[in-house]
Write a protein that binds this ligand. Structure first.
Ligand code: FAD
Length: 293
């Protein structure tokens, strides 16, 4: 199903993000994760692409597995430091795997890498259309502003370029303070961006996440999370429970505020996906049954 149609048929969407293994031998692990995610019946599963600059060839393969398990894949694709030919091949591979939806990204700049044919995600979106691919196209957005942009206002002006090129849905970067999201949404709607925006939520369940992915995204850390980390960083079980509780609370507030959907950054952790899905399922069910939207 194309995501544009999915958002028309549901008031609150739930999806998970997975990343492919770096090496072929890791495929067994991802297969088990995907099978567990299938039991949770998400609306779709997104599959990352060469995140962090590592050339990762398994996105199409994992997307194919997602489909085989009866779930809808959203395949990420980046363009920075790539030639037009390389990107075209990657897109063809996704089309051959039966992928209907792509998340078109610039990608993180890799220091020392040779410049490619693309500067921004908007160049990629234009390219996908020019090359005649019929994918439904999603893009990324940043409630706290993209780290390279001088102001949130400028970032939203650049975001509108992507939407005006035909993007049908946006997924946000992870954030921990919902006020940032709601303020961003006010600005986005004022800017005339009217596509569905799904909130990206990352449950912080492992101490390593604080120094790794969270640092990389430069997300603001609320004092509530700092206290949680200070107290439980050396107690993995408690940190996991606290992280699940924080994310659940955050999601219930987002749903209360009318968010179009939740995109869970699960870091391939099916246990965390299950626990949070169980917590929020009643709210999603209620919202999606209300007006038959
Ligand atoms: P763009 O939309 O191109 O924006 C990048 C910067 O350029 C912003 O500061 C923007 O304001 C500015 N800009 C845009 N257009 C213009 C213009 N015309 N003139 C001047 N400035 C402009 N990375 C991966 O490598 N693999 C993944 O799978 C992946 N998945 C992601 C999923 C999500 C939901 C998100 C939020 C991020 C993901 N990333 C991934 C990270 C992403 O690649 C980086 O955040 C990257 O730095 C920006 O990508 P973008 O598509 O948002 O870029």
């Amino acid at each position: 199903m194309r995501l544009a149609d999915l958002f028309k048929s549901k008031k609150a969407v739930l999806s998970f993000e997975v990343f492919p293994p770096k090496v072929q031998s890791g495929m067994e692990g991802i297969n088990a994760t995907l099978a567990s995610l299938g039991d949770l019946a998400p609306d779709y599963v997104s599959v990352t692409y060469s995140a962090g600059g590592s050339r990762n060839a398994h996105t199409a393969e994992v997307a194919r597995k997602v489909r085989a398990l009866g779930m809808e894949p959203l395949a990420h694709i980046t363009c920075v430091n790539s030639t037009a030919g390389e990107v075209k091949n990657a897109l063809s591979e996704l089309a051959d795997a039966g992928v209907e939806n792509v998340l078109a990204l610039r990608g993180d700049r890799v220091e020392g890498a040779t410049a490619g044919d693309f500067s921004y995600a908007s160049d990629l979106i234009r390219f996908i259309r020019e090359q005649g691919f019929s994918f439904d196209i999603s893009a990324a957005c940043y409630p706290e502003g993209h780290p390279e942009c001088d102001s949130l206002r400028d970032d939203i002006t650049n975001l509108k370029r992507k939407v005006d090129l035909g993007v049908t849905h946006l997924n946000t970067q992870l954030f921990f303070d919902n006020d940032d999201f709601f303020r961003f949404m006010d600005m986005v709607r004022l800017a005339g961006i009217n596509v569905p925006v799904q909130a990206g939520v990352m449950p912080l369940v492992k101490a390593s996440q604080f120094g790794g992915i969270v640092k990389m995204t430069a997300a603001k850390i609320p004092s509530k999370i700092s206290r949680m980390y200070a107290r439980f960083a050396d107690d993995p079980e408690s940190l996991t429970e606290a992280g699940i509780a924080y994310a659940t609370d955050q999601i219930i507030d987002l749903l209360s505020g009318g968010v179009d959907g939740i995109h869970l950054y699960i870091m391939n952790n099916a246990y965390v996906a299950r626990r949070i899905t169980e917590n929020i399922r009643p709210f999603l069910a209620k919202l999606n049954s209300e007006d038959g939207k």
